[in-house]
Design a binder for this molecule. Structure first.
Ligand code: HEM
Length: 456
């Protein structure tokens, strides 16, 4: 076990008073929501963000977090700002819909992510990692770690959802348009968060709408290929196309398919790219962690190929992944909106208030974690279980809206970490200057440049 005094504390925004935090965020002007958070946010059970036209309430008490995320009365749907921002891309699909409509969609999508389905997605995941290794073997210079991970996880999604690789023009165009969407849509949310009253609709920027149209056009082509007679695929799109509503046996319409598959592309590659960027950033400067990962891969896999069942038997890699998701949760905030006046514990909540359940804050809360900012994968060992506060760790969310792709993401991460760490040493440039920011997901403010050398 690592001495607690020697734990590595990776970068985070300095905790400031509410006013200074607001000035910092405004001065940076880069749409980073993390720099808005005041120091108090990491200590309180529930309280206001402190500045904003609409009421924004940060909720940290686990029992109140549960009340919001389980939402048994259907009064805390996804926040209107987020729903509006995503609507042009994903319509009213599973990530943003609510109430009975969401329940119908969730029941239809769930089977596409069963463990059996994830097992069948493993071979295309391996093919994506093979291509990534071939690229890295040929790479002699420096490259962006974030871009490498975005390409790799987008390739995994293209292959597992659509049976096509990112190397095709269509998939590549979709990837480029997603990058435009991610960059521009985040800026919109940031200003609206502070300035706008609740439920105010805002027009999207033309470049965001153009990117969405392009993505949906390409998704339409991919869906049509799947719908065409004479073609048979064994992929996630096929499972979603085959899904039927248990009440009336209806399938998703073509428009609904574009919405659902768009969200799977977005939620499935942005989040994993964020997680893996931080995993490799954290590992690269920690030789002891690299040593333990390689020892585990040698023991479980030996010299051969990493198989699906190996990914279930690498607890140290899984704890590194868990700890990375704690320190840098890809989905930084899980915002909801109150549809009616209500009480949360002792606190009166007005209709239109934004309820900010934030994995980023909960995972670093002073009351719930020993050394909240230290990188300590062993904190998830079974023998240290009593240190964990129930309800304070939710990188995949909790309750009925928990991530459908969690098993998929864990399998993908175990495979990628085992393969790439076994084969390469990662050398980062200016690691000390890296700073996290929350936009669509938790990302470094600037690209992390790195090189690899062969470890074996
Ligand atoms: C490390 C990777 C991932 C993380 C950390 C993550 C995290 C999350 C979180 C926190 C939520 C709940 C959001 C909320 O309650 O507001 C969520 C929902 C969702 N995730 Fe993931 N996710 C990951 C990977 C994936 C993958 C690989 C897929 C699919 C291929 C996926 C598909 C979805 C979908 C469709 C939802 C919406 C579920 C619903 O509302 O019913 N995610 N994810």
């Amino acid at each position: 076990m690592v001495l607690e005094s020697t734990l590595y504390e990776p970068p985070r925004p300095r905790p400031l008073s509410p006013v200074l935090a607001l000035i910092r965020a405004a001065a940076r002007g880069d749409g980073d929501l993390l720099s808005l958070l005041p120091a108090e946010a990491y200590r309180m059970a529930i309280g206001p963000l402190g500045y904003s036209r609409r009421s924004i309430v940060i909720v940290n008490a686990p029992e109140l977090v549960r009340t919001i995320l389980y939402d048994t009365k259907d009064i805390f749907p996804k926040n209107d700002l987020m729903v509006d921002a995503l609507e042009p891309l994903v319509g009213n699909s599973i990530f943003v819909s609510s109430g009975p409509e969401w329940r119908r969609q969730r029941a239809m999508i769930d089977p596409a992510f069963s463990m059996m389905r994830v097992n069948r997605a493993f071979a295309p995941m391996v093919a994506a990692v093979d291509d990534c290794e071939a690229k890295l073997d040929a790479e002699e210079g420096r490259f962006s770690l974030d871009l490498l991970m975005s390409h790799l996880t987008a390739d995994v999604i293209c292959r597992t959802v659509f049976s096509t690789s990112l190397a095709t023009q269509t998939a590549h165009d979709v990837f480029e348009a997603f990058t435009v969407f991610e960059r521009s849509v985040a800026q919109v949310e940031y200003r609206r968060l502070i300035m706008d009253p609740a439920f105010k609709p805002v027009a999207q920027k033309p470049e965001v709408l153009a990117a969405c149209e392009k993505i949906r056009g390409h998704l339409g082509d991919l869906v049509d290929t799947h719908l065409a007679e004479g073609h048979s695929f064994d992929d996630i799109a096929t499972a979603v196309i085959a899904a039927r509503d248990s009440f009336d046996q209806k399938a998703f319409t073509r428009k609904e398919l574009l919405d659902q598959l768009g969200v799977l592309f977005l939620a499935g590659h942005e989040t994993s790219a964020s997680a893996l960027t931080w995993v490799f950033f954290l590992i690269a400067t920690q030789p002891e962690v690299v040593r333990r990962i390689r020892a585990e891969v040698d023991e479980v896999v030996g010299e051969g190929e990493v198989e699906f069942e190996h990914t279930r038997r690498m607890p140290y890699i899984m704890n590194v992944f868990r700890e990375t998701l704690r320190l840098y949760p890809p989905i930084t905030f899980l915002p909801r909106v109150a549809l009616e006046d209500t009480m949360l514990g002792e606190r009166r909540i007005k209709r239109g208030a934004m309820l900010m359940v934030a994995p980023w804050i909960l995972h670093r809360h002073d009351l719930y974690w020993r050394n909240p900012h230290g990188f300590d994968p062993d904190r998830f060992l079974p023998e240290r279980k009593e240190e964990l506060t129930p309800g304070a760790y939710l990188p995949f969310g909790i309750g009925p809206r928990v991530c459908v792709g969690a098993a998929f993401a864990q399998t993908e991460a175990a495979l990628i970490v085992a393969r790439l760490i076994r084969r390469y040493d990662f050398h980062l440039e200016e690691a000390e200057k890296v700073r996290p920011a929350a936009r669509l997901t938790t990302r470094p403010t600037k690209q992390i440049m790195c090189r690899v050398t062969r470890a074996r």
